[in-house]
Ligand binder design. Structure first.
Ligand code: NAD
Ligand code: AHE
Ligand code: ZN
Length: 658
């Protein structure tokens, strides 16, 4: 049997496997029709959904008569297990689609055994509805122009007589007759009103009546002008993918919640261990691969490192994926006054807690986290954590800047015992790293970690610069200098905040197109004219723009950004990180005349409180971030390649999956 599988991206399989949509095709189709004509994969990729597309029957089985008609035999297996001869040996489509094929794709493609939905077209719509109703193995079901009542239509009668020996035997494979009690929160069906098979073969109204009778919620959408073709499927497939993704997400959350509740109940009911039995498990050191920066600008070296057990208030995590930020490259290049060598750089990651040190109360083994370079100690005595005005908790900032953990020592060493420094309290260019508990944002396990890493720095920073630091109002004008991931996140947030004019500025002309995708309304390239860029921006707007952002780290650009802010009230926000020894300047008159200069660290987000919320917003479909991932590599040893790619100018974020 031939089948096709779509897996969303060359990335790690999420814990528990890919949520999956099984697609069942119609008469005469094979495993290629859906993959080539439906246009579903962009939506499936967006939702993180795998798609499995089986053929519609065995082929070349040598069954007498298998190729005699288009609506029976080859290409027309009808998703039943044949019991009548000569079909019963080979034509076992129900078992194939619900047992054999899932076992195979679960093993070979990391497809989830539980988070699965089913949909299909015509005969495949019949298959989807009947297999979902009879097996209850699928979280959700939908269909396009399904054969709803096959015991009452010519296609069904022919199939049941041939494969099962009688039409009556087909009653167990008839969606209308199987609808005897509500089985799903909602079933989605689309039907074209210009479908030539509507009245004779499909009979959706019989299914509607059956659903109404038992109280099954059915969303049947009837579309004038649509026929039975794949144009019809491709027109509405996005809705079906989103329908299933939503159901699978709630199912996953429900399962996780139930598991957590069960664990909590077990913990509550278990008798407390006697004092002498309470053993603190001490984790052993781990050896793993890490990319070590030995000196500025020299390629990182992939080394075996020893990662010591977490000490008090620390956790050790397995890094699942890391996105490269420009700041890593900045420190590697030797321009960071705090840069130390040898060190393990990296600070934009998604990870899973592997072990916890003594005294850790808010994290457990298995938790999914995003490391934060701005910690949040949340102590009532911390005036920074207690204030809504800032995220800059100083609790471990001094040791972080010295490349060590809060007790003044490093958890990293080479095999010969050489100490390796930490970086920004994260050091995520390593398969394992140790973090302070107060640096970890615990996030929903439903969030794929290869995407979660984006919230660890650049994207969050750009969003927060707009929402938290400058608080852009609807109708504002905005100018963004530098359209990397940080600048584009500023653009994205400015658009979400209702800014009506968003000027993107970049030396790279290729950024105009990506900038427009994110929401810029105008693009300027400083290299296109001798005239200073701030003058060009002001002349576009009379008095300057309400909010400007430097996302380059260049101090001349910072000045230009300030000087094109609106006279009287314009605010300019410094986001870029400037090289050691660089200073900003402008004529004080610029400030006297009402412009304000400010800056942001991590967009003002409080790591532990806010990162989980950003993740949840993404999971709820309110905060798209997939477009930032322009490159994916596999293996921590690919980090040098990622640096090369980021410097190439076409990359927003290169995610390295470990
Ligand atoms: P990036 O290198 O991907 O993007 C920078 C963009 O600026 C590029 O498109 C480049 O072409 C453009 N550029 C460079 N010089 C320019 C100039 N003179 N005029 C106009 N455009 C110019 O970097 P990124 O990851 O988006 O990070 C941007 C900056 O933000 C970096 O300096 C980074 O270190 C800093 N950063 C700061 C924070 C923070 O919390 N403050 C967080 C993350 C990143
Ligand atoms: N060591 C650097 C600090 C550079 C800097 O400003 N870092 C930003 C984060 S960049 C993330 O990509 C920041 O938030 N800083 C706040 C902090 O506490 O470090 C230097 O230049 O000295
Ligand atoms: Zn960063």
């Amino acid at each position: 049997m031939t089948f096709a599988v779509f897996v969303p991206g060359a990335v790690i399989t999420p814990e528990g496997g890919w949520p999956v949509l099984y697609w069942l095709s119609g008469l005469t189709c094979d495993d290629t029709n859906f993959s080539t004509k439906a246009g579903a994969f962009a939506w499936a990729a967006k939702e993180g959904l795998a798609v499995v597309m089986p053929d519609t029957s065995p082929r070349g089985a040598g069954v007498p008569g298998e190729d005699e008609s288009w609506d029976f035999g080859t290409g027309a297996g009808f998703y039943v297990d044949a019991t009548a001869e000569p079909w019963s040996k080979n034509y076992k489509m129900a078992t194939y689609v619900t047992i054999e094929l899932p076992a195979l794709v679960e093993k070979e493609f990391g497809v989830s055994p539980t988070l699965k939905s089913v949909s299909g077209h015509s005969m495949g719509g019949h298959g989807a509805l009947t297999l979902a109703l009879s097996t209850r193995k699928f979280v959700s079901v939908s269909a396009f122009a399904p054969i709803c009542n096959p015991t009452a239509c010519p296609w069904g009668e022919k199939a049941f007589k041939g494969y099962l020996g009688s039409v009556e035997a087909g009653e167990a494979h008839d969606a209308t007759l199987l609808m005897t009690s509500p089985a799903f929160e909602e079933i989605l069906v689309d039907q074209g009103l210009d479908d030539s098979f509507l009245e004779t073969q499909l009979l959706p109204d019989n299914f509607v009546a059956a659903c109404q009778k038992v109280g099954q919620k059915l969303r049947l959408r009837k579309h004038a002008g649509y026929d039975h073709s794949y144009y019809f499927v491709s027109s509405f497939i996005k809705d079906h993918v989103e329908f299933h993704a939503k159901a699978l997400r709630s199912s996953k959350v429900a399962a996780a919640t139930a598991a957590a509740a069960a664990a909590e109940t077990a913990a509550e009911t278990a008798p407390p261990p006697k004092e002498e039995e309470r053993v603190v498990e001490v984790a052993a050191p781990i050896t793993c691969k890490a990319m070590v920066a030995f000196e500025p600008k020299a390629p990182l070296e992939c080394r075996t490192v020893v990662v010591a057990a977490p000490k008090t208030g620390e956790v050790r995590v397995r890094v699942a994926a890391n996105a490269l930020c420009h700041t890593d490259v900045y420190t590697w290049s030797g321009q960071d006054p705090e840069g130390l060598f040898p060190s393990i750089l990296g600070h934009e990651a998604g990870a899973i807690v592997e072990s916890v040190g003594p005294g850790v109360t808010t994290l457990s083994v298995g938790d999914h986290i995003v490391p934060g370079y701005t910690p949040q100690c949340s102590a009532p005595s911390c005036v920074f954590c207690s204030s809504p005005k800032t995220n800059l908790c100083p609790r471990i900032r001094a040791s972080q800047g010295k490349g060590v953990m809060p007790d003044g020592t490093s958890r990293f060493s080479l095999e010969d015992g050489t100490t390796v420094f930490h970086f920004m309290g994260c050091s995520t260019f390593s398969e394992y790293t140790v973090l302070a508990e107060i640096s970890c944002a615990k996030i929903s396990p439903a969030m794929p970690l290869y995407k979660a890493c984006l919230f660890g720095c650049g994207v969050s920073t750009g969003l927060g610069a707009v929402f938290n630091t400058t608080k852009v109002e609807p109708g504002s004008s905005v100018a963004v200098f530098g359209l990397g991931a940080v600048g584009l996140a500023v653009v994205q947030a400015a658009k979400m905040a209702g800014a009506t004019r968003i000027v993107g500025i970049d030396l790279n002309p290729a950024k105009e197109s990506v900038g427009r995708d994110f929401g810029i309304t105008d693009f300027l390239n400083p290299a296109d004219s001798e005239e200073p860029i701030q003058k060009r921006v002001v002349s576009m707007t009379q008095w300057g723009v309400d909010y400007t952002y430097d996302c380059t780290g260049n101090v001349d650009v910072m000045r230009a950004a300030l000087e094109c802010a609106h006279r009287g009230w314009g605010t300019s926000c410094v986001i870029g990180v400037a090289a050691s020894g660089k200073e900003i300047s402008t004529r004080p008159f610029q400030l006297v005349t009402g412009r304000r200069w400010c800056g942001t660290a991590f967009g003002g987000w409080k790591t532990r409180t806010d990162v989980p919320k950003l993740v949840d917003e993404h999971l709820a479909g309110q905060l798209p971030i997939d477009a930032y991932i322009t490159h994916v590599l596999r293996g921590v040893d690919k980090t040098n390649e990622a640096i090369h790619i980021l410097e190439g100018g076409e990359c927003l974020r290169c995610v390295v999956v470990y």
